[in-house]
Design a protein around this ligand. Structure first.
Ligand code: 2PG
Ligand code: MG
Length: 428
């Protein structure tokens, strides 16, 4: 059977914010089909592959007609006849066709939808689920431990509080299914106590509750109460993880805290976060400082890196060379892996491999603008990544991913889905 690509078709579909996005469908000569949709971020790093939009008045400038046309035109022409099972060759052809360092000509969104669709096509041809196709040769599959948002904030909730993601990790859960069950109880309890306090104002971009709190600390207090109220021991059964997304409210070492209505410098922000680590059961902090503040990031990592995962998102933008640079400077110890930040699956895998070679932990992550596409779950399982970040425990663009993990666990024949051993995590 041939794995030769016959054609690529682009179509405009809609994401969880009601914005246009690009879906690519790859058809092989054999008739096998693969399909994937590009997600989109709101709090983005400046080093990300460009999410190319048409501009103008239609749909707030977010239309993707040019990207869809590129898939149907030059991308389809470029891929015709290539071997879908040779992902590296396909991605190299896409990178060369685009011809820019930041994928700005064709758009990182057109490229990642296409790159992922090719992988789906090759897996369909091999009659394997994508995770199994990507992990061929392995028999030690496990499910990723979920990192799940309870309150939204920052750019995803009108900057009501500064911290973007108040999340929980069910560090004590025995299985993937149990981690979801425990988080469901925490999420439900958080909603209940917010309603009782008159603070429930619906949900933010990623499905976490809209944070009608007066301060970041109040959100942390409510998070601890929600964990306890659901019957769990904070820090033992269920711990806290934060995405500060500091690039969004900081520049050149000055940070504007809108919840507290004050400005702090890098030291001030670091000290505040270190105090939180002492006071709350926090096991992970993402982008604690801005992407342009590498020395402060290194100092924070030196102070907190043995207690928490210091996760680099905007700071490294899923780039192998940026991970290397961060590591050299002593900044961060965990890589957030988002395929659309770099634009192809091959480059995504290269970033993951680099982070592993350097002894970092890694987390596969969705974006704030998502769809029913579940590719990232397959990447996490197929590539053996121990953690997965998908936003909250509501809204179907999020639940589609958590639910896909349940199906994978079932296919594996593992009761509830085995996780990586607890002792292999920094908190284990
Ligand atoms: C992040 C993501 C997900 P966005 O910052 O990690 O929470 O947000 O997709 O907006 O960059
Ligand atoms: Mg982030």
């Amino acid at each position: 059977m041939s794995v030769e690509i016959k054609t690529a078709k682009g179509r405009r579909v809609w994401d969880s914010r009601g914005r246009p996005t690009i879906e690519t469908e790859i058809e092989l000569v054999s008739g096998a089909v693969g399909r994937a949709i590009a997600p989109a971020g709101a709090s983005t790093g400046s080093g990300e592959a460009v999410d190319k939009r048409d501009g103008g008045d239609t749909f707030g400038g977010f239309d993707v007609k040019a990207g869809v046309a590129a898939v149907n035109g030059e991308i389809a022409n470029c891929l015709r006849g290539l071997d879908a099972s040779d992902q590296e060759q396909v991605d190299a052809a896409l990178i060369e066709l685009d011809g820019t360092a930041n994928k700005s000509r064709l758009g990182g969104n057109a490229l990642i939808a296409t790159s992922m669709a090719v992988a789906h096509g090759a897996a369909a041809e091999a009659e394997l689920p994508l995770w199994q196709y990507l992990g061929k040769g392995r028999d030690d599959f496990f499910l990723p431990l979920p990192e799940i948002q309870i309150f939204g904030g920052g750019a995803h909730a009108g900057r009501r509080v500064d911290v973007q993601d108040f999340m929980v990790i069910a560090t004590g859960a025995k299985t993937y299914e149990q981690a979801l069950e425990w988080t469901a109880e925490v999420y439900r309890c958080a909603g209940r106590i917010m309603t009782e306090a008159g603070l429930n104002q619906g949900v933010a971009d990623e499905g976490g509750y809209w944070p009608a709190f007066v301060s970041n600390e109040q959100a942390l207090d409510y998070l601890v109460r929600a964990i306890e109220g659901a019957g769990f021991i904070p820090g033992e059964d269920v711990a806290i993880s934060l995405d500060i997304a500091a690039t969004d409210f900081g520049k050149a070492g000055r940070y504007q805290l809108s919840a507290d209505k004050r400005e702090v410098d890098s030291d001030g922000l670091s000290e505040m976060l270190l105090r939180w680590i002492e006071r709350y059961p926090i096991v992970a902090i993402e982008d604690p400082l801005g992407e342009d503040d590498p020395e402060a990031m290194a100092a924070f990592t030196a102070a907190a890196g043995d207690k928490v995962e210091v996760i680099a998102d905007d700071f490294i933008c899923t780039s192998a060379s940026r991970i290397e640079e961060a590591h050299r400077g002593g900044a961060c110890n965990t890589a957030l892996i988002k395929p659309n930040q770099v634009g192809t699956l091959t480059e995504t895998k290269a970033a993951l491999d680099r982070s592993r070679q350097l002894g970092w932990e890694s987390i596969v992550s969705a974006r704030s603008g998502e769809t029913e596409d579940t590719t990232i779950v397959h990447l996490a399982v197929g590539w053996g990544v121990k953690q997965l970040k998908v936003g909250s425990f509501s809204r179907s663009e999020r639940m589609a991913k958590w639910n896909e993990g349940l199906r994978v666990a079932e296919t594996l024949g593992q009761q509830g889905g085995r996780l990586a051993p607890r002792k292999s995590f920094p908190w284990g």
